[in-house]
Each structure stands twice: as structure tokens, then as C-alpha cells.
Design a protein around this ligand. Sequence first.
Ligand code: ZN
Length: 325
Amino acid sequence: MKQSVQGIHHITAIASDPQANVDFYHHLLGQRLVKTTINFDDPGTYHFYFGDALGTPGTILTFFPWRHMRRGQRGNGEIAATAYAIRPGSMPFWQARLAQHGVTVGAIQTRFGHSVLPFEDPDGMILELVTTAEPATVQVWQEGPIPAEHALLGFYAATAWVTEVGPTAELLTTHLGYEFVAQEGNRYRYKGASNDVGLYVDLVERPSTLRGQMGAGTVHHIAFRTVDDAEQKEYLTDLRRAGYHVSPVMDRQYFHSIYFRAPSGVLFEIATDAPGFLYDEPIAELGTNLKLPDWFEPRREQIEAALPPLNRKPVVTAKAAASHA
Ligand code: ZN
């Protein structure tokens, strides 16, 4: 019998400028660029993976940065906000850091008793920092720009906007093992079956909101964790039996994936924890080499020539330098 889903594995979003994407997530938020590869379906485009020091499932935010991509439209049927956990004492640090770098930051809200700071990435994607007194354990990137005590501690939650909560709630609870834990207004919270990182999915019911449109600054899909290939196969069988159109298993090099659309329109993936990001790079070198799967290696020269140059070195602005003084 398969286990319940333990939480979020990764979230994949669309960006525009690759350099701005790396500058923001790697240098400003201190999420380690753990893998630099290409979009396997579009090898002229990078695929960046940002996470903790090892790219632990539940910390991984990935991007397809398509240059000249126009902005998407926020709306129903997509993940509208991605929340990272921080310790309660870190809120002033992050408010100051984001402000110093000119990031668009909203007012602090209270949600289910936790403080939530919303802000936007360079493409207008909504991120949130949520304070929690009992954060999950992640492998903080010690060489990164953020003091360890203030580091982002993996995903806290992902929020999907939906026209109707019921059908997607049924999918989460009946087929993925999520448990309904709380409601606040039109926000319904579901918890994965562990105390690990990336535990919550919130469904926000917005009956009169239009369907979102994909583009820069929108989430492409959310992936849930499964321990291994055998369990993934059980999900596949169970979901197909329930009438979902589930893709065949796809080799994503660092995990294996199946995809299907939730009733709300959100694209769901179930991804295996193994083999992970150490599969083709040692810890010290994670993210520093352009990694290609074997089937693209013969074309490496053309692929590298077509990709925009990338500066992985920290971009230290005068303001940022002053804040470290
Ligand atoms: Zn994915």
C-alpha cells in the first residue's frame, strides 16, 4: 500500500531574464543554485534549480527563464503564491534586506496565527515568508550570503487559487493522503503526511476570478514527493483508475515524474526523491557546471553557444555592501 504524500517536492515557474533570476534567488534570497541544466523539452533554454545546500525535496524552486517571455496573468487554476519558512526572529532582517534591494514588499499579514510577508520576484511572482517557531530541518547553505540564523528554511506552503475547493480537496485528501487541517475565510489548508519540509497546500476559493494565464512570473506546476519508483507506479495506477489523465513516467535526470491536471486546472506532478542532485555533480560543485543528460551531450557545443552567458558571482550593489558593513 502506498504511503501518503509527505509534502511538496518542488515548484517550477517561468521567468524571463536568466541573470535576473539567478541574482534574485541565489544572491538575494540565498537559495543555492544547485543545478544548472537545460529545459529537456527546449534545450535552448536554461533550467535552474534553487534550494538548500543539497537541493533537498521541499526546498526546490525551479525556473525556465525564457528571455522576452511576456508576463503571465495571475488567476485561478494555478499556484498563486509560494511560501518559504523563516524563524520568527528573522522577519526584521528580511524586511530590511528586501527593502534595500528595491523589492516590492507587501504589508505583514497574520494567517493561521503566523506572520506572513508577501513580496514579488523580478517577474512579479508572489513569494511569501512565513514565520514558524518549529521549522523543519534543512541543509542551510553555509557559504551563501544569508547568515545561517536568518536563512530561508524550505517551503512552508503553496497556495492555489481555485474556482471551487471541493474537487481539488477531494484529490488531495482521497488520492494523495493530505489532511484538511484548517479554514480561514476562503482559505482551506491541507497538510502532508509528515513533519518534514514543504508540508502545506492552501486552496483559496475565488469563484469570480478568471483563469490565470501562463507567462513570466507564474508557476508552471507543483510536484509532490514520493519515495521511490514503485510507490510512484501505485499513484499512477490509482489516479488513472480514478479517471485522471496521467502522463507516463518521465526521466527528469534528478527524479522521475508523472504529471496530471487537478480539477481546478493546476498542473500536478509526483516526483521521486531519488536520485537527487548529487547524481552527476559533487556537493562542492553543485550548480557550477552546465549539466546535460546523456542524450544531449553530443550536442553540448551548440547548446552552450545558444544559451545566454551567466554570471554566477555575487552582484554586490553599494546598498547591499552597506548593509553588510
Ligand atoms: Zn517538475
